[in-house]
Design a protein around this ligand. Structure first.
Ligand SMILES: NC(=O)c1ccc[n+]([C@@H]2O[C@H](COP(=O)([O-])OP(=O)(O)OC[C@H]3O[C@@H](n4cnc5c(N)ncnc54)[C@H](OP(=O)(O)O)[C@@H]3O)[C@@H](O)[C@H]2O)c1
Length: 268
């Protein structure tokens, strides 16, 4: 089952190939049910963030599902507006408390600058200080792997030049029609795993007639084709759904996309 297969990060940590996305699941019951259905369907990797305001609901779901912590891979993210060494440590501790765990498998800087920031402030010095906090937490064994999200090639280069540990992951927006090629190739060259967020284009993929048509040819759904395409593109998809039927559907990925069709979808 693909959900149990792993990519290996540059520090040797194995990360399950598909994660359950939880952005915009702010209702407690919806979140608890979603996570439990995902676990039932075989997901062992959960992607959350302080900004999603659902870490405490995920804690409840994990308690009720009675799963072993070591059987799960949990990612959370430091809020984009929370920068600096001490702030990062403080926010990390709050995340652990909300999730009810003593460590994270992956912790990311959610974005290089606060959302909505329109100033011309250079945030890289702040990101570098923040990263040093993540490095410390990593060295202390409180996080198994560390990374960033929404970082450009230039921002990655600046971060890498000023710090010791290279990010293991960059979580960026990738779906059919938006392959983000240059950034993806740069990360690949640097051995930084790319996680594909919004693999269904936050549901806009279903309006793409080419995707719908090709999915019919394979006897799968447009969602399944889109998620599988991200995997074939060597990125780690994070599909989100609050419907049990779709959560299960998105986990069934045991089919092959031909090389020609993969390339065609890449060219869209
Ligand atoms: N790092 C970042 O800045 C960032 C940004 C965006 C997203 N992310 C991560 O990536 C995850 C996924 O991205 P996303 O939330 O934008 O959405 P997505 O996974 O691209 O799409 C989710 C949408 O598709 C619907 N859907 C899911 N499976 C379906 C299926 N089989 N058939 C029909 N509809 C289906 C969902 O409906 P229902 O929910 O109604 O079931 C929801 O409306 C997020 O949850 C988050 O973990 C990270």
């Amino acid at each position: 089952m693909i959900l149990k297969e792993t990519f290996t990060l540059h520090n040797g940590v194995k990360i399950p190939k598909v994660g359950y996305g939880t952005w915009q699941i702010t209702d407690e019951e919806q979140c608890v049910n979603g996570v439990k259905w995902a676990l039932d369907a075989g997901y062992i990797h959960i992607d959350t963030a302080a900004a999603y305001q659902n870490e405490q609901f995920i804690r409840r779901a994990l308690q009720e599902a009675n799963v072993k912590r070591e059987d799960l891979f949990i990612t959370s993210k430091l809020h984009a507006a929370k920068k600096g060494f001490d702030v990062a440590i403080e926010e990390f501790n709050k995340t652990l408390e909300r999730l009810g765990t003593t460590y994270l498998d992956l912790y990311l800087i959610h974005a290089p600058k606060p959302w909505g920031d329109t100033s011309d402030k250079d945030w890289m010095p702040d990101n570098i200080e923040t990263w040093k906090a993540l490095e410390q937490l990593y060295r202390e064994g409180r996080i198994r792997s560390i990374g960033v999200s929404n970082f450009s090639v230039d921002q990655l280069k600046q971060l890498m030049a000023a710090t010791t540990i290279k990010p293991m992951v960059n979580q960026i927006r990738i779906f059919i029609g938006s392959p983000n090629r240059k950034l993806k190739e740069f990360c690949e060259k640097e051995n930084i795993l790319v996680e594909a967020y919004s693999p269904l284009a936050t549901s806009r993929i279903f309006n793409n007639e080419e995707v719908v048509k090709m999915a019919q040819k394979y006897g799968v759904t447009a969602a399944q084709l889109s998620i599988k395409w991200c995997l074939d593109y060597q990125t780690l998809p994070l599909p989100k759904s609050t419907h049990q039927k779709w959560i299960v559907e998105n986990s069934k990925l045991d089919f092959k996309i031909s090389k020609e069709d993969f390339e065609y979808l890449l060219s869209l």
